[in-house]
Write a new protein. Structure first.
Length: 219
């Protein structure tokens, strides 16, 4: 039986790649997008629900699928207000997980970040860590939390400091061996493919997938 997938964050780097993969995948007959703005030029198999996703609970009746992919995320630069930042990076994934639980969606995966730690003194890491904890508390059968390192790829917006960081990381990457492999740059294509592979194999016993494991699963 063909499946329905939900994507949150389909306009972002990883989400947009994942969307194209799902469109091209015959296992999926329907893709639901929940966002603030409509995306143009998408095929009929994509259904869009437009509204305030900071109030995602209002979409409960339409939040039904076989799988949920949460690729939502912001940056301190784009969202300097910490309260708003937390509503996005914590609030949206957690609400999505709760809606998935209510509607008996068996597969839920979310892109977190390397360094996520609910006990961290760093706001960003703490927020991601708290999000992960709340998502896992929903006990959705096939839950996967992906913790990528620095994500490489062509972004729509310009991030000068991030580009400089990527260049430096590429130079020193040969030094990353053993446990340091998880710190290597990972491209968004690998993350999107890993999510798709996890959803359709469900072979990983690990709930939290580190960056080096993401790369392995994507192959």
């Amino acid at each position: 039986m063909k499946k329905t997938a939900i994507i949150l964050g389909a306009t972002g780097l990883t989400g947009s790649i994942l969307l194209q993969k799902l469109i091209n995948d015959d296992r999926y007959e329907s893709i639901k997008l929940f966002s603030r703005k409509k995306m143009e030029g998408l095929p009929n198999k994509v259904e869009q629900f437009i509204g305030d996703i900071l109030e995602l609970e209002n979409f409960l009746a339409n939040f039904k699928a076989n799988e949920v992919y949460c690729c939502i995320g912001t940056t301190a630069k784009k969202t300097p207000n910490k309260e708003t930042y937390k509503r996005i990076d914590f609030g949206i994934p957690v609400t999505a997980a709760k809606l998935s639980k209510l509607n008996n969606i068996p597969t839920f995966m979310v892109v977190s970040a390397m360094g996520a730690n609910a006990k961290s003194s760093v706001f960003y890491n703490k927020t991601k860590g708290e999000m992960e904890q709340e998502v896992l508390l929903q006990n959705i059968p096939n839950t996967y939390i992906l913790r990528p390192s620095i994500i490489g790829g062509n972004r729509k917006e310009s991030r000068l400091l991030e580009k400089i960081g990527l260049i430096i990381f590429k130079i020193i990457q040969p030094l990353f061996i053993g446990k340091l492999k998880q710190y290597k740059i990972i491209v968004a294509e690998e993350i999107a493919q890993a999510m798709l592979n996890l959803a359709n194999s469900k072979t990983s016993k690990e709930k939290i997938i580190t960056s080096d494991k993401i790369r392995e699963i994507s192959k």
